[in-house]
Design a binder for this molecule. Structure first.
Ligand code: ADP
Ligand code: MG
Length: 697
């Protein structure tokens, strides 16, 4: 194998390849189009497509596809080969500019929330030229946005790109006020840390719940779980190491900056962290990372579980979205600076985030809501469902001093005047000790930790970008009109701290006390998906998205419908799987075990000196009671399932799934787990938690 630097990006039609392969003029024009976000014209597209095709064929590609991200949250592709008939029964390989810039997949089988009129089944995909084309499975993949013919977003990429533009527009106004005239755009950057479980394929294949739902619906606690903390950062097992090595290599070939791989807290749990990049590219890369994790695990006879909560009583998996903003001139706007002006600008951007997260707590919460992530948020696990911001002691104290106009610092004891003084240096490491905060400032970026492991990072970034764009818009509106910039800025920062400090919480986010305090502060605590989704359609949010051109009211309504419906679908599949397992495996297995016990009992009774049959008697009684209870509970669930479609309102339907179906599933689980504990190992129909969690040796 070549050295990494040789094969890094080998499967990507990146800038270097473009420079090599495109005529100089075409290359420059393409760069201009990309930078200005302009539409690619056909003549130019033809030249690019041809170069792309030649390159792809040299790499062994035979097909091309528009690679897109429908609202299912995963990726979609439809492969077309390059072949075109030629004279004499031969073929030539062709790929036109039109095929590069636009595709027309049938949109009728993707969720559209009513945006796609039934008579117009077609959708169209359009190249996102800011994200490089790449080769995967002998196919040239072109990252695209997916819209309806009416121009409505049907995917995760379109709103993300719109939100990045909205943020750039407003951030640009602000940086110009600080005299940065050379800045042409501001982009958001993201590094998405990804958690996952790896288990042996042989145990996975025996669990219908893992196969159909991605999580275990039953499973008694194993004798050993994560209590010894011996897995976290522990030595990585050889099989896992081989998997990680191959994963890294494949990611690097795709130009994905995989950086860190380590063991996580739970047994069989691991994490991968990439180096940050532009947000839409980070989103594409995270999708590819998840796809490759699953594919490569299979090659190693393992299964990668991306579900947020595969095992009850064991840590779940999330994603950390490290987010910052940076100018095209390379300045990280969340990095405290060395001069008074840089400091003032930094403080204003931190305030913008503070205000955004407070004003739009509901949207931040919604952006991570799903049936699977509900198992983590608000369920005594990292992080809580209440959205708050951690700023660290130093930054909090500085803000406090500014707010109250009191001296700060031990040496000089000066009043901090924005735009006049530099901030004291605060070391980065002291800001990142709190791992329980949902939204933490970590020195030069914010780390949003509520995302579920399986979700696309787009939703979260759409919400962060749009709400921060709104803060910046309000700031710019005021500051652009002011005659005394410095004092207006000082007042603005002071006021923002005063109005939004309730969102700052530096304590332990897992503490019950915090939930009470948050309530007293008036912060939202939206525990489940059906609780939070209705906020999406609140007037303030409809207006926010319309004002920044991220979602039209129709698109927002579609988002609401699709997400509520998605919630119901997931619980529906889980309930059907659970009933199947109870009916076909669990009840018959326990019944058989009771029969075995009965036979033993009778045989023992026939032996005069084997008088003590209390083990058999008691176990038969206990298990018969439990199976009777389970039988009645599952009848009740079956009955409840009959009325699951009797709703016209999707919100009501989701609440029914949560309060009746899901609640009943949890009751059933308690009984089944008790039965598992009492049943002979060889009589239980499924691999136990112990067998699954410690399956990779
Ligand atoms: P720490 O060690 O404090 O957790 P790291 O520097 O290791 O921070 O970064 C953690 C994650 O944050 C990585 O994915 C990294 O690429 C990402 N990150 C670092 N700086 C930025 C930034 N400016 N914008 C977005 N993500 C960033
Ligand atoms: Mg992290």
């Amino acid at each position: 194998m070549d050295t990494v630097s040789k094969y890094f990006g080998a499967n990507v039609f990146n800038d270097t390849v473009m420079k090599e392969r495109l005529p100089h003029e075409t290359y420059n024009m393409l760069q201009q189009t990309i930078k200005n976000g302009k539409h690619l014209e056909l003549g130019l597209a033809n030249v690019v497509a041809n170069a792309m095709k030649d390159w792809a064929i040299e790499q062994g590609a035979t097909h091309f596809t528009h690679w897109f991200q429908p609202m299912t949250g995963i990726t979609a592709e439809k492969h077309d080969s390059f072949i075109s008939p030629a004279f004499g029964g031969k073929v030539i390989m062709e790929f036109s500019g039109k095929e590069l810039i636009q595709g027309e997949p049938d949109a009728s089988s993707f969720p559209s929330g009513g945006l796609r009129a039934t008579f117009e089944a077609r959708g169209y995909t359009a190249w996102d030229a800011t994200s490089y084309a790449f080769i995967k499975d002998n196919t040239l993949c072109i990252p695209t946005a997916f819209c309806s013919y009416g121009g409505h977003a049907l995917d995760k990429k379109t709103p993300l790109l719109r939100s990045m533009q909205a943020l750039s527009r407003q951030a640009l106004r602000v940086v110009k006020l600080f005299g940065n005239e050379d800045v042409r755009f501001v982009e958001t950057t993201v590094g998405a840390e990804q958690e996952y479980f790896l288990i042996d394929k042989s145990v996975f294949d025996k669990r219908k719940d893992l196969i159909y739902t991605g999580r275990t619906l039953f499973g008694a606690k194993p004798p050993k779980g994560q209590e010894l903390d011996d897995h976290y950062f522990g030595a990585i097992k050889p099989r896992v190491l081989a998997f990680m090595k191959e994963l890294d290599e494949e990611l690097w070939k795709l130009g994905i900056l995989a950086k860190t791989e380590h063991n996580e807290v739970a047994p069989a749990q691991h994490e991968l962290a990439p180096i940050f990049t532009t947000t839409n590219i980070a989103a594409d890369h995270n999708q590819l990372t998840m796809e490759l994790m699953q594919k490569i695990a299979k090659k190693h006879n393992m299964v990668c579980l991306l579900h947020e909560k595969p095992f009850a009583g064991v840590n779940g998996s999330g994603k950390h979205n490290n987010w910052s903003l940076s100018t095209d001139t390379g300045v990280n706007l969340l990095n405290p600076g060395d001069t008074p002006a840089e400091n003032a600008q930094f403080l204003l951007f931190v305030r913008a985030v503070l205000k955004a997260v407070d004003d739009y707590q509901d949207l931040i919460r919604i952006s991570v809501a799903s049936a699977s992530n509900d198992h983590r948020l608000g369920a005594n696990e990292a992080p809580p469902a209440v959205v708050s911001i951690f700023l660290g002691t130093e930054l909090s104290e500085i803000l406090d001093a500014i707010e109250k106009d009191v001296p700060y610092g031990t040496k000089e004891k000066e009043m901090l005047r924005i735009g006049v003084h530099t901030l004291p240096k605060f070391p980065k490491d002291t800001t990142d000790r709190n791992r329980t905060s949902p939204f933490a400032f970590t020195g030069n970026k914010f780390e949003f930790r509520m995302l579920g492991s399986s979700s696309s990072i787009s939703d979260a970034n759409v919400m962060i970008n749009t709400s921060v764009a709104e803060s910046l818009k309000q700031f710019a509106d005021i500051l652009e009109q002011s005659s005394d910039f410095e004092s207006e800025l000082h007042t603005l920062i002071q006021n923002t701290i005063r109005e939004h400090k309730r969102i700052i919480f530096n304590g332990n986010g897992y503490d019950d006390q915090w939930v009470k305090e948050a309530e007293a502060r008036g912060l939202l605590n939206l525990k489940s998906t059906p609780d939070c989704l209705p906020y999406l359609l609140h007037e303030k949010n409809v207006q926010l998205f319309a004002r920044h051109k991220v979602f039209s009211p129709e698109e927002l309504k579609a988002q609401y419908d699709i997400q509520m419906e998605g919630y119901c679908k997931i619980i529906n599949i889980e309930a059907l799987t659970l009933l199947n397992m109870v009916n076909k495996d669990i009840l018959p297995a326990v019944s058989g075990f009771i029969r075995d016990l009965g036979e033993t009992y009778q045989q023992k009774k026939a032996v005069p000196f084997a008088a003590d049959c209390s083990y058999e008697e008691n176990l038969i009684r206990d298990l018969s009671d439990l199976s009777g209870r389970l039988y009645r509970q599952k009848l009740a669930l079956e009955k409840a399932m009959e009325s699951r479609n009797d709703f016209t309102d999707v919100g009501e339907k989701a609440r029914y799934f949560r309060d009746v179906i899901f609640a009943s599933m949890n009751d059933i689980r308690t009984v089944v787990d008790e039965m598992e504990d009492k049943t002979r190992s060889t009589a239980w129909p499924y691999p136990t938690y112990g067998a699954i969690l410690f399956s990779v040796k």
